[in-house]
Design a protein around this ligand. Structure first.
Ligand code: GRF
Length: 224
């Protein structure tokens, strides 16, 4: 049987096991703020480093700077304010519906400051990525750069992982180390980590879209 994807001449993504086959390479990006990671993803798609397109950007905050970046790039930008929904689940269901309606294959959280609820997780099982500014499992949650400084580690970094119900705890796809310097402040450290974030997020998305991986226990294992 010919799938709509094959008709469009693109190779459908198939993970080996545990994930539904992708029917294309369309990203939905969820943001809450300035959207520099969103920008790095858009740039990578347009420069041919990432074989995908951003189909929609959704922010839980109407004032998020990233929405303007999306509009500048002629990408649909939507604000879904949780306060306008009866409860958290209703909001997550509306987001899942919108992403599905736009044909999104992979959801990328990029500075999205909300927990992802069961409805969204179930709708995109093993198809939601997040970027976090530390070498997980160290320093999950808020203020990861400050946590690293206060802990006195000499190396921290950035992690892209699949999203699960537990915060910052899903299978790790790509990590990059960043040294902590003696005179670092939260801002200088965050800026150096951000450079690595912008490098590894498009890379991780490409890896996930390419398929040939499976989830073994809590590990992301490449099989091809
Ligand atoms: C990044 O440091 C990301 O790792 C964290 O939130 C920040 C978002 O920055 N989850 P931006 O909005 O992508 O510029």
């Amino acid at each position: 049987m010919t799938t709509p994807t094959e008709k469009r001449g693109r190779t459908p993504f198939r993970a080996k096991r545990g994930t539904a086959p992708f029917s294309g390479r369309r990203l939905g990006v969820l943001i809450s703020g300035r959207g520099s990671n969103l920008q790095s993803i858009i740039d990578a798609t347009r420069q041919g480093r990432l074989d995908a397109s951003v189909g929609i950007v959704i922010s839980n905050r109407p004032e998020a700077g990233g929405l303007a970046r999306a509009r500048d790039a002629k990408i649909e930008a939507r604000s879904m304010n949780p306060r306008e929904f009866a409860d958290r689940d209703a909001c997550d269901r509306a987001i899942a519906d919108l992403l599905r309606d736009r044909g999104v294959d992979l959801v990328c959280l990029a500075g999205y400051m909300r927990l992802v609820g069961a409805s969204l997780l179930d709708a995109f099982r093993h198809r939601i990525l997040n970027i976090h500014p530390s070498l997980l499992p160290a320093f999950p949650g808020l203020d990861a750069q400050r946590q690293a400084l206060e802990h006195g580690v000499s190396i921290t970094g950035a992690t892209v992982h699949l999203v699960t119900a537990e915060l910052d705890n899903g299978p790790i796809v790509v990590q990059a180390p960043v040294p902590v310097l003696a005179d670092d402040t939260v801002d200088t450290l965050a800026a150096r980590i951000l450079v690595e974030e912008h490098r590894i997020y498009p890379e991780a998305i490409q890896i996930v879209l390419a398929g040939g991986w499976t989830i073994a226990g809590r590990r992301f294992v490449r099989t091809a």
